[in-house]
Design a protein around this ligand. Structure first.
Ligand code: ATP
Length: 243
């Protein structure tokens, strides 16, 4: 067990039916820090992310949250304990306004009296949402819908945020805004695990990086130590790294 890890995977294997997707993966996410999961397509990044948030139960190994064994607990139980999962989907209610979407979540989390402060926090993080507060969520751009979905998660101040491909398909300026918010979320005390296709963005944001290939960790260390040639070779997959 790693001291001071907020989230830890130890010797995790996972499978989809007969297909084994992860082999003895170790991952430690210290408090107030960010870890990037990188690697070629199909390497297992999303599978690791899903194990972290309880969406997929591992076939062996241990998952610890703040030192407690939470292996095999379902996603709703991990969510209750402070693990939030945000992905590239747009989980918003299209026929409700931005503010109604936020209010629904915040009323449930903070009670009626906590809604106003939570809305302020959401609008402080995402000024575009303030501008569009009365607009139906279904009429927002894809990037704005993702911000709305993210706002519903981060204002709850999770202990750990699993951010799976949050910048996928976004215009560079919108992706920058998402990362600006993730920076603030980390500064406020949330540990972040990101899955990101855009390597430079991932390494610039995260304190540490884990490189996966065909379900195994092939490199692990401070992001600054993964130089771009080495990273490009990893991302090209097993054939390119073999020689
Ligand atoms: P990408 O960058 O393409 O999303 P990834 O690194 O996130 O890739 P995963 O999505 O974790 O990779 O997939 C790891 C392996 O598990 C792949 O071989 C994939 O085909 C397989 N896999 C993923 N989801 C399922 C599923 N629901 N059923 C069967 N196999 C799956």
């Amino acid at each position: 067990m790693t001291a001071d890890a907020m989230l830890e995977l130890e010797q995790i294997s996972a499978a989809y039916g007969p297909f084994r997707a992860l082999f003895d993966v170790n991952l430690a996410v210290p408090a107030n820090s960010a870890v990037a999961l990188v690697g070629p397509n199909g390497a297992g990044k999303t599978t690791v992310a899903r194990v972290c948030s309880g969406l997929l139960a591992p076939t062996s190994g241990t998952v610890r949250l703040d030192g407690q064994d939470v292996t095999g607990l379902p996603a709703y139980e991990l969510a209750r304990r402070g693990v939030a999962h945000a992905n590239e989907g747009r989980s918003v209610f299209a026929s409700l306004t931005v503010e109604e979407n936020l209010t629904l979540t915040f009323r449930q989390a903070f009670g009626r009296s906590g809604v106003a402060a939570a809305l302020d926090r959401a609008y402080e993080l995402f000024s575009r949402l303030r501008e569009r507060r009365q607009q139906f969520a279904g009429s927002l751009s894809g990037g704005e819908q993702r911000m709305l979905a993210l706002a519903r998660v981060v204002v709850l101040e999770p202990a750990v945020l699993i951010a799976d491909e949050l910048s996928l398909g976004l215009a560079p300026t919108v992706a920058q805004e998402v990362y600006r918010v993730l920076d603030k979320v980390r500064a406020a005390g949330t540990s972040v695990v990101i899955v990101e296709q855009h390597l430079d963005r991932a390494l610039a944001f995260a304190d540490r990086a884990i490189v996966l290939d065909t379900g195994e960790v092939v490199w692990e260390g401070p992001s600054a130590e993964l130089d771009s040639d080495q990273a490009a070779a990893f991302l090209a997959g097993p054939t390119a790294t073999a020689g």
